[in-house]
Ligand binder design. Sequence first.
Ligand SMILES: [Zn+2]
Ligand SMILES: [Zn+2]
Length: 251
Amino acid sequence: MKIRILGCGPSYGVPSLNRGYGLCDPTNPKNFRLRSSVLIQDKGINILIDSGPEVRIQLLKAGSPKLDAVLYTHEHYDHMGGADDLRTDLAEGQPLPVYLSDTAIPHFKNILDYLFRPDTQNKTFDIRRIQPYHPFQVQDIKVLPIPQVHGHGLSMGYRIGDFAYSTDVVRMEERAFQALAGVKVWVLGVVTPIENDKHINVDMALKWIERVRPQRAYFTHMGARMDYETLCRTLPDYIRPVYDNMEIEIK
Ligand SMILES: [Zn+2]
Ligand SMILES: [Zn+2]
């Protein structure tokens, strides 16, 4: 299985329009972060998690893989804003399966309102409703959705075999931690070292990693206080910050 980090930035990206690079070294290209999205490639199948506003550029850089499914973590713009760009030449393809929770489905239909009106025949997306802890198959690949608390809303983490992706989360129930047990590679959304009500901070991430004990853990969704080299110096060896276009292999 190959994981390609398409973007590891926070909702505003790094640099952001009004805050620039913040505490991140602007001379290090690893601190240039597009909005968060990840591509999973296994058994010839391509699964995208989230389509942020820069997804078109990100997928072009990844060689325009033909997507078999898109899994959405939640409805925030930085994760869903680029959905329209996933429209391909509809004349030749099947609708693209998109997996969404009950809360995310109306938002998806809302931002693509022109596709889902009663008088338009949506042939672009095949919306599939997911439920917490109910595994589903993308062809030969089993996917487990894991519910997460994200501020006042909810988000979904995903476990795919030995890999798990948990971003935009501040709290999880005991059962969610159990669902993550035995994972080899765990990618976590860690926006900032500062405590906040929507995302775990660095200290909480370290505690969670200690608890789940993956072989390797990675931080994504990193904001302007998360300088790449500083994190590499201060984190244990088996925990690394990611960077855009980084590839992680799981054997
Ligand atoms: Zn986000
Ligand atoms: Zn969010």
